[in-house]
Design a protein around this ligand. Structure first.
Ligand SMILES: [Zn+2]
Length: 378
């Protein structure tokens, strides 16, 4: 099944670099890994299936030899904007939901990004980044909390389509109900560091937990979707704390039944756990970004596992791409291809007819997300 004509709503990604020039092969390899280790970039990343296949596919599209050098030469023959327009256009991506909280200083803000890509760009509000800025700005816990609550309260009105949390990276997904007193006590040392350094990385469990649950209370009233990082990521992450099963108490509490929870990155490697949660809780959705494109040839396996248990309306395409347009292009290409393969299998099995399979494909690539975020969709 060729899904090339089906437009994509990339429901979780990041912005493109302002200065997209790539110095050399090692700098390029950095974009194809979650590892921050220079030895990985220099020696091992080019040996991954992901990288090799990416270079081969990009070379075919750019009409050059399938080597990193040739691809770098071909891309340097175009302006950043030309390359972005070409690859995102070819990928038939209609909408990007962008978390600007990643490499904020090096990437385009929303309006500038929107002017440089052939897609509609809608922002997502990253909660920890918001809280960090407010901790720097405000002297007391109460003042910080008021400002935080007000920003979350008006997020939709301010144009954000969703909230996003990276609590998995900071203190883990097992957020505990925390009293205001405990949170205020944790604020002290964090504020002290912010005062000293002029910035702060929020990773104090009582404070992280309290602020996430506060945001969820507000999201519950507005039925605002919340994207949550789950599963793999960079070396900053304790993968054990990123298992989505840690969210069960929060889902079971019934306090956030109106919040669509979008669990990011296929929770990989906990993809079957994610499929289970999406099959049990009406408000849990399974995103596949980062797993697409990183899993490369195993993308169909991941999609097959999700679609084995989760209702097809719960599975949402994204790329988690950032910085360079190649990643958006590859993810779209491999996402459509993997999904097409799995749908063909289901047709061959007699599980779905052709019309049903196409409807599932359209839903996963955009329709399902459009419904959740309230975005007009063909
Ligand atoms: Zn992301």
């Amino acid at each position: 099944m060729d899904l090339g004509a089906v437009p994509i709503l990339d429901q979780h990604c990041h912005a493109l670099l302002r200065e997209g020039t790539v110095a050399d092969a090692v700098a390029y390899a950095r974009f194809f890994t979650e590892s921050g280790d220079p030895a990985m970039h220099a020696r091992h990343v080019p040996e991954t299936v992901f990288y090799r296949w990416a270079i081969r596919e990009l070379a075919a599209s750019l009409a050059c030899a399938p080597t990193t050098g040739a691809v770098l030469a071909a891309r340097s023959g175009m302006s950043d904007e030309e390359l972005a327009r070409r690859l995102l256009g070819e990928a038939n991506i209609a909408v990007l939901l962008v978390d600007h909280g990643y490499r904020t200083d090096e990437t385009w803000p929303p309006a500038e990004l929107a002017a440089r890509v052939p897609c509609r760009v809608l922002p997502v509000l990253r909660l920890e980044t918001l809280a960090q800025a407010l901790i720097v700005r405000h002297e007391t816990f109460d003042a910080m909390l008021d400002a935080y609550s007000a920003s979350v309260e008006t997020a939709r009105a301010d144009g954000f389509v969703a909230l996003k949390s990276v609590i998995a990276y900071r203190t883990g997904l097992a957020a505990q109900p925390t009293s205001r007193v405990e949170a205020a006590a944790a604020f002290g040392p964090v504020k002290e560091r912010a005062r000293r350094d002029g910035r702060v990385r929020l990773a104090a469990k009582p404070l992280n937990d309290y602020l996430l649950l506060r945001a969820l209370e507000i999201a519950e009233r507005h039925a605002t979707p919340v994207q949550i990082h789950t599963g793999f990521g960079d070396a900053d992450l304790d993968l054990r704390e990123a298992n989505p099963l840690h969210l069960r108490p929060l889902l079971e509490s019934g306090r956030y039944a109106n919040v669509p929870f979008v669990l990011l990155h296929a929770s990989y490697p906990y993809v079957r756990e994610l499929g289970y949660l999406a099959a049990i809780y009406a408000n849990v959705y399974a995103d596949v970004g980062l797993a697409i494109p990183h899993l490369a040839a195993e993308i169909p396996t991941m999609l097959r596992q999700l679609l084995s248990l989760a209702p097809s309306t719960k599975v949402l395409y994204s790329s988690d791409a950032s910085q360079i347009p190649e990643l958006f292009w590859l993810a779209a290409r491999w996402g459509r291809r993997g999904l097409g393969m799995v749908l063909d299998e289901l047709i061959a099995l007699g599980a779905l007819d052709g019309g049903e399979a196409l409807a599932v494909g359209r839903g996963v690539l955009g329709g399902n997300a459009a419904g959740i975020y309230g975005i007009p969709w063909p």
